[in-house]
Design a protein around this ligand. Structure first.
Ligand code: FES
Length: 121
C-alpha cells in the first residue's frame, strides 16, 4: 500500500532476524532500489547502491548480509557496512556510507518514508 510519502513494504514478522529484503519503490515514475535489514525489533533501510561503484549490493535477491549476519555485505567486492548507520568498516570503500532511507515500524508493519527520495529529484 502506498500513501502520499510512505510505503508499507512488509510486516516485521515476515523478515528473518537478523535478515534482509530488497524492494523496488515506484515513485513519481522513477524506480528506487532499496533494502531493509532487521535486527531484533529494529529495522534499517538504505538505497541498494554501493558507494564503491554505484552498483547493487546483492547478487542473490534479498541477500544483503555477511555469512555471520553481523554486517551488510556488498557481493561485488565484499565491502562490509554496519547495520545501524551504513558506515563501511572494511573493503574498497572503507570510511564511506550507504545512503540511508528513513524507515519506521508501526503496528508491526515496516514503512519506508520516502519524502527525501522525492526531494533528491
Ligand atoms: S561494488 Fe561494492 S565493494 Fe565494490
Amino acid at each position: 500500500m502506498s500513501r502520499a510519502c510512505q510505503t508499507v513494504v512488509c510486516k516485521l514478522d515476515e523478515m528473518q532476524d537478523p535478515g534482509s529484503r530488497g524492494f523496488v519503490l515506484s515513485l513519481n515514475e522513477q524506480l528506487y532500489d532499496v533494502f531493509i535489514v532487521r535486527q531484533g525489533q529494529q529495522v534499517f533501510s538504505y538505497l541498494n547502491s554501493c558507494p564503491h561503484t554505484g552498483g547493487p549490493l546483492d547478487w542473490v535477491p534479498d541477500q544483503f548480509l555477511s555469512l555471520e549476519k553481523n554486517y551488510i555485505q556488498c557481493a561485488t567486492h565484499n565491502a562490509l557496512f554496519r547495520f545501524n548507520d551504513g558506515y563501511c568498516v572494511a573493503g574498497p570503500c572503507a570510511g564511506t556510507r550507504l545512503t540511508a532511507v528513513p524507515v519506521v515500524i508501526e503496528s508491526g508493519e515496516i514503512i519506508i518514508l520516502h519524502g527525501n527520495l522525492h526531494a533528491d529529484n
